[in-house]
Design a protein around this ligand. Structure first.
Ligand SMILES: Cc1ncc(COP(=O)(O)O)c(C=O)c1O
Length: 394
């Protein structure tokens, strides 16, 4: 404990050393590439953790943001905003849901979902979430995130959460008691290690929720906004949730979160039940409208095709040290055997100017921009191969 506290204070800077940062500072980005201060070029296969889906400095998004910056930055949610209404209408349409609440981040989108579920449940206040899940760092979302390592030092947790194994419909069925109002899941667990559920799992969860009058809340913060090749990942599984939360990719790098709800939830919410000073600020909303306008069927198909191609190329690399390659669209995990750690691979790739990151289960996570082409994929595969070679893992 003391050791940890000391290391946070070791830095000369006043910046709290709460993130383990790589010793690289990027100066600018263009499309799929990032450039550091000395001008070195990096292939960005992380997109700022599933955020800059359309790459860096995209002209259409830049134009929308510049226009908004030249007119109005902030007025608060005390006044009308036709751009918020336009974005909300678009999100309602693509989700099959009805009303949208805007916040600034994934964790806030989930806090709103938790509050709305409790309002819906009335005296039923418990929400079931999945082991290995990640829903954010604020106390409600943290308590929903079933990973003990995130909780240590921050107890007591917010009461009213119950945890079941992911990808196990029977476990869910058996955990339902009279106090449960909702089930909250990531359609694919992201931070947990790109854990893709069995094809029928989410359909079974939907049925269990219907039978028991429980809300199905899907946290699409990482999987949404086209990342998997559908607008929302759950659309691969032919289900209809009652609440969807999104953030990350929604405004291509500007802070924005959204909680999208069905009429049966909306009818329980009254003015004043929740709020945010910055939520849905005009600049982020302008960027998000530009993103929504670009997320066409063609782009979604391109994401899906690039993802399938990349996964297949990775599967061709037969290394005893690669345990699994999995994912959907451009959300891909490469799981390694215990002889090597995912962080060693991440660092080796970074040394060769390719940016990726790790996730749970000794997994390396690839979240490239939607705009990657075959040449970028080939660049990645060649670099990855040379890393395996250097580390004698081929
Ligand atoms: C599925 C999921 N939910 C919520 C969050 C939290 O989002 P934020 O960091 O914007 O609060 C994340 C972030 O990684 C996430 O992956």
């Amino acid at each position: 404990m003391y050791h940890q506290a000391k290391s946070v204070l070791e830095s000369d800077s006043a910046l709290l050393k709460i993130y383990k940062k790589f010793p690289i500072e990027f100066a600018y980005g263009n499309g799929v590439f990032l450039y550091d201060k000395s001008g070195d070029k990096y292939l960005d296969f992380l997109s700022g953790i599933a955020v800059t889906g359309f790459g860096h400095s995209h002209p259409a998004i830049k134009k929308a943001v510049e226009e908004q910056l030249n007119s109005l930055w902030h007025t608060s949610n005390l006044f009308e905003s036709s751009s918020q209404q336009i974005l909300a209408d678009k999100l309602a349409e693509v989700s099959g849901l009805e009303k949208v609440f805007f916040s600034n981040s994934g964790t806030e989108a989930n806090e709103a979902a938790i509050k709305f579920a409790r309002k819906f449940g009335e005296e039923k206040t418990t929400i079931i979430t999945a082991v290995g899940s990640f829903h954010g760092r604020t106390m409600g979302s943290l308590s929903a995130s079933a990973q003990v390592k995130l909780w240590n030092g921050f107890r007591p947790l917010t009461p009213g959460f119950k945890y079941v194994a992911f990808n196990d419909a029977d476990a869910l069925r058996h955990s339902i008691t009279d106090d449960v109002c909702a089930v909250m899941l990531e359609p694919i667990q992201g931070e947990g290690g790109i854990v893709v559920p069995a094809p029928n799992y989410l359909k079974e969860v939907e049925a269990i929720c219907k039978e028991n009058n429980l809300l199905l809340i899907l946290d699409e913060v990482q999987t949404g906004m086209g990342r998997t090749g559908k607008f929302f990942a759950h659309q691969w599984f032919d289900i209809q949730p009652d609440i969807i939360t999104i953030a990350k990719g929604i405004a291509n790098g500007l802070p924005l979160g959204a909680t999208i709800i069905s009429p049966k939830v909306a009818v329980k919410i009254q003015a004043g039940d929740h709020g945010s000073t910055f939520g849905g600020n005009p600049v982020s909303v302008a960027a998000a409208i530009a993103v929504m306008n670009m997320l066409s069927e063609d782009v979604l198909n391109q994401i899906s095709n690039s993802g399938t191609y990349l996964i297949n190329e990775l599967k061709k690399l037969k290394s005893l040290f690669i345990k699994d390659v999995r994912g959907l669209g451009l959300m891909i995990g490469i799981e390694f055997s215990d002889t090597i750690t995912n962080s060693q691979i991440v660092e080796a790739l970074l040394a060769k100017k390719v940016v990726v990151y790790q996730a749970g289960r000794n997994t390396v996570r690839l979240l490239p921009p939607y705009t990657i082409d075959r040449a970028h994929i080939s660049h990645f595969i060649q670099t990855f191969k040379s890393v395996l070679n250097d580390l004698h893992l081929e």
